[in-house]
Design a protein around this ligand. Structure first.
Ligand code: C2E
Ligand code: CA
Ligand code: CA
Ligand code: CA
Length: 279
């Protein structure tokens, strides 16, 4: 807000036009970001309170823009998803994550996994499976050490195709995780149709735990349903000990959240964790 004469306050909101211009500009800059080495991948570990160690990590994309401070994935991923840019970005993350896992292979327990987010366009892209095959054939780790995260909204786009693609990936041994669980349409019939290994309880429920009765009920329900269906379950966005205690009491022992670690680059992860969990 800017103070004008006569105590008139004028607030400057970016106009619709400015917002559209920014969007279009970012979209075209994002297309070049890969070539210009502005992209990187960070890793947020998942910790098990059962084994007391890090079991795997989620690969998350970062864009260091040459001019603007930080453009969050919440802003740039949707832009990439509007065009085929997400295909190239998605391939970059899978390639980087697998290279990293290969480097970690000799330092960490043999079942350590990396999980990568998939977008709808990637599922629709007929080269997805050949691409993953190509990347994995260059590495020495097991297919089961790669996990792919999908969301319900992604699956809505073309359910039949999604089921087919995910089944083929699963048949190779790749694990499939349903992300942000509880926020989408959550038709329970998905859970039967999809070849899932894991559910991630969305952080919007975790945020309000303990204390919010509805969130606690939803979390409890998801956990018992997952157990009935033989699925693993992970609580996302865990920031406090109270949250950890709540989930452990409910039988969910796998966590991802700032309480255990923020996402960090591979060098930092090496330094902070792998010296400890080396086996
Ligand atoms: P997501 O897949 O749900 O990833 C988890 C997000 O929660 C990450 O945000 C992570 O940094 C954040 N987070 C984890 N623990 C905590 C916590 O304890 N507290 C809070 N407040 N936040 C926590 P990030 O990295 O900003 O990513 C945001 C979203 O962008 C991701 O949500 C995902 O939907 C998308 N995204 C990021 N990288 C990729 C990618 O490589 N491909 C695709 N398709 N989407 C991606
Ligand atoms: Ca995710
Ligand atoms: Ca999530
Ligand atoms: Ca998400």
């Amino acid at each position: 807000a800017k103070l004008l004469g006569r105590n008139k306050i004028v607030t400057f909101h970016p106009s619709m036009e400015q917002r559209i211009n920014r969007k279009e500009r970012l979209k075209s800059e994002l297309k070049q970001a890969l070539k210009n080495n502005q992209l990187s991948v960070v890793y947020q570990p998942q910790y098990s309170m059962k084994t007391n160690r890090f079991e795997g990590a989620e690969a998350l994309l970062r864009w260091s823009h040459p001019v603007e401070d930080s453009i969050t994935p919440m802003e740039f991923i949707p832009l990439a998803e509007e065009t085929d840019t997400i295909i190239a970005l998605g391939e970059y993350v899978i390639r980087e994550a697998c290279k990293q896992l290969d480097r970690w292979r000799t330092m960490i327990q043999s079942q350590f996994y990396i999980t990568v987010n998939l977008s709808a366009r990637q599922i629709a892209y007929e080269q997805l499976i050949p691409f993953i095959d190509g990347v994995l054939s260059d590495t020495a780790f097991d297919y089961s050490q790669l996990e792919l995260e999908v969301t319900e909204s992604l699956l809505m786009v073309d359910m039949e195709r999604a089921v087919k693609v995910l089944k083929r990936l699963k048949d190779k041994g790749i694990r499939i995780s349903l992300d942000d669980f509880g926020t989408g349409y959550s038709s329970l019939s998905y859970l039967k149709k999809l070849p899932l290994d894991k559910l991630k309880i969305d952080k919007s429920f975790v945020n309000d735990i303990p204390g919010d009765h509805d969130s606690e009920t939803i979390a409890r329900t998801i956990i018992s349903m997952a157990s009935e269906l033989g699925l693993e379950v992970v609580a996302e966005g865990v920031e406090t000990k109270e949250q950890v205690d709540f989930f452990c009491r409910q039988g969910c022992f796998l966590f991802q959240g700032y309480y255990f670690s923020e996402p960090c680059d591979s060098a930092e992860l090496n330094r902070r964790f792998f010296s400890v969990i080396k086996k």
